[in-house]
Design a protein around this ligand. Sequence first.
Ligand code: NZQ
Ligand code: ZN
Length: 377
Amino acid sequence: MEFTYINPTKIEFGQGKIAKISQLISKDARVLILYGGGSIKKNGVYTQVKDTLKDHTCFEFGGIEPNPTKETLDKAIAYGRENKVDYILAVGGGSVIDGAKYVANAFFYEGDGWDLLEGKYTPTKALKIGAILTLAATGSESNTGSVITKEETKEKRFFHSPFSYPQFAVLDPDVLKSLDERQLVNGIVDSFVHTCEQYLTQQHGAMAQDYYAEGLLRGLIELADTFDSRDDLWYANLMWLANQALNGLIGLGVPQDWATHFIGHELSGLYGIDHARTLAIIQPNLLTVLEDEKQEKLVQMGKNVFGLDTKDSSVVIEKIRTLYSSLNIDLKISSYTDDKEITEKVTSLLEKHGFAQFGDRGTIDKSVVIKILEKSI
Ligand code: NZQ
Ligand code: ZN
């Protein structure tokens, strides 16, 4: 256990908190408001933002896609430069916030912003970011991650930058009420898998990380069980559980295994499948293929998360699979695409992106990925 920890994002949590942002952004800032396909114009969030920023100088750029593309974001950068903006306000889910991180970090760079994703450009300065979260899933509102797609090549890659921590994040659970069930399910699953990627590894004895992760998993299962009777507290719990699952805390100084995400990202890049659904498809099969090395943590999860009394890790994997099925997720890639070359395309993209040997023990290579995909197609 060795780590340095800071999470500088100020969280404003609760109903009606959007009104606070006028105090959180300096009055002389030139603010570029980024948003997605227009959900904020239907659910009242846009009006709340405009009302509270009525004395600020604001510019707007909408149309950031789910699985945001660098092609669209480059247009946002050009627009922001034209208008000499110096602050980015992201209003949306993970895609808009990730997009804001790309815009902020590439803003002062003369080259191609995609260099951020290829590790060829390390920013030394960036625009400040504020976030109003409208979809609880990714934790992007208070972490350094950003996942961007290059439409031209169908590649989906990620980058981290210390400048990507938003200065503040507004988490008003009421905003989640306009989400359809598909997106709410995505939120539960993405947060569940984020926690697992930092927990289902190997024994390490770091109690705070392990037991906190187990608490988050139990909470998320409770939300799945009570999905049909959602009340204010349900939404508030989803918003905070999702944040805590990927704000850096539970992964401190412990092994992590982001293999499900790495494979899932290729599937979203190639076929546009919702991020969380790629995870639900891949994770149970990955756990089955790697069952021997994950056995101890799976049994611990069975006991502390699912309340099982078993040493049989396959029962725990089945519990996870049943959880996803209970949320009506199709767990086969073939339900989303007819492509016959899935395995070839995913493995060659993973190779291109440098994933030759991955997983927390470095045991996942091409042959293991093929086994996982065979079970998933
Ligand atoms: O675009 P609009 O019109 O806003 O509609 C969005 C979008 O269609 C809609 N939506 C968002 N808030 C809403 C709403 N609809 C009604 N009411 C609301 N309150 O939901 C759709 C999906 O939004 P999106 O932002 O794409 O979803 P999510 O938050 O799940 O983000 C997914 C993206 O985040 C990346 C994923 O790869 C994917 O690209 N991730 C980012 C991470 C990070 N930064 O740390 C980690 C994750 O593992 C993940 O990879
Ligand atoms: Zn995720």
